[in-house]
Design a protein around this ligand. Structure first.
Ligand SMILES: O=P(O)(O)OC[C@H]1O[C@H](O[C@H]2O[C@H](CO)[C@@H](O)[C@H](O)[C@H]2O)[C@H](O)[C@@H](O)[C@@H]1O
Length: 267
């Protein structure tokens, strides 16, 4: 369905109350575009203090996991709340609240391909005005938000050439960004399902996921029919596997505040 055709998660909040009915929610949250508005540059997407306070209050009531494309260390620094689960790089790099970590076992062997592709891209398109290469532990993001429209195809072509050269890598595409990561059958959806099966969250919990980007669709698909899937509206309407919509990060915060109110009443 198109995002614009979905019902508002705030208007349908009563449904959530009914679905919870004594169950505990487990809340999974995307970062960019969901908790923070999309900013001109990655380092400008700083979490607002009231949102941080909401995350702290929510984490005292139920499991909360940040599931983001960001590098794990960057995500932790930006969020600045202890006691959460953090899944960085689209679920490739997980940190549990007890300090234990998890990554797909094959990922480390594929990092040299990411590094070789990153070096080639730096050499090939690093000089194009506006290109921003964001190195992460296991992947690389190629931002083109500030690239002149007539130069964007050169960026796409260069990334496609690296994908052709390194079949060990796969490509992702998000908001004015292309990403290269190890070509493993792993994504936000698989990471969230794995997390819901872990002790501390539990298969009986009701997963709720909020995300905004096409890279969040694997999570909506994985939780369809089982969890509450909420997509945030962006600049463009598009097809989604989510079942509910919110307008922007301010509405996402209001939704989480209502959830806190509900859980604080013990319902
Ligand atoms: O999964 P997310 O938490 O949504 O992360 C996806 C990517 O977000 C970041 O890039 C995007 O947000 C930036 C700040 O608002 C914006 O400037 C950029 O154009 C967007 O693509 C982040 O830099 C990437 O590493 C994430 O993969």
């Amino acid at each position: 369905m198109l995002i614009s055709e979905l019902p508002s998660a705030l208007e349908r909040f009563d449904d959530l109350e009914r679905r919870l009915a004594g169950r505990r929610p487990a809340v999974f949250l995307d970062y960019d575009g969901t908790l923070t508005p999309i900013a001109a540059r990655p380092e400008q997407a700083v979490l607002a203090a009231p949102v941080r306070a909401v995350l702290e209050r929510l984490a005292a009531l139920c499991p909360v996991a940040l599931v983001s494309g960001r590098d794990l260390a960057t995500l932790r620094r930006l969020v600045g709340v202890e006691g959460l689960t953090f899944a960085g790089e689209h679920g490739f790099d997980i940190l549990h609240p007890d300090g234990s970590t998890a990554q797909p076992p094959e990922v480390a062997a594929l990092v040299p391909h990411v590094e070789a592709a990153g070096a080639a891209l730096e050499q090939g398109i690093g000089g194009i005005e506006g290109v921003l290469l964001e190195r992460k532990r296991f992947s690389i993001a190629i931002h083109y938000r500030h690239v002149a429209p007539e130069a964007v195809q050169a960026v796409r072509d260069a990334v496609a050439a690296q994908l052709a050269r390194h079949p060990q890598l796969k490509g992702l595409s998000g908001k004015k960004v292309l990403e290269l990561q190890p070509a493993l059958d792993w994504n936000k959806g698989r990471a969230i399902v794995a997390l819901t099966e872990e002790e501390g969250i539990g298969a009986e919990s009701l997963p709720i996921f909020l995300g905004d980007d096409t890279t969040d669709e694997t999570a909506f698909e994985a939780l369809a029919g089982r969890g509450v899937c909420i997509v945030l509206e962006g600049e463009e309407d598009r097809e989604t596997a989510a079942g509910l919509r919110l307008g922007d990060p301010t509405e996402a915060r209001r939704y989480l505040e209502r959830l806190i109110g509900l859980l604080a009443q013990g319902r």
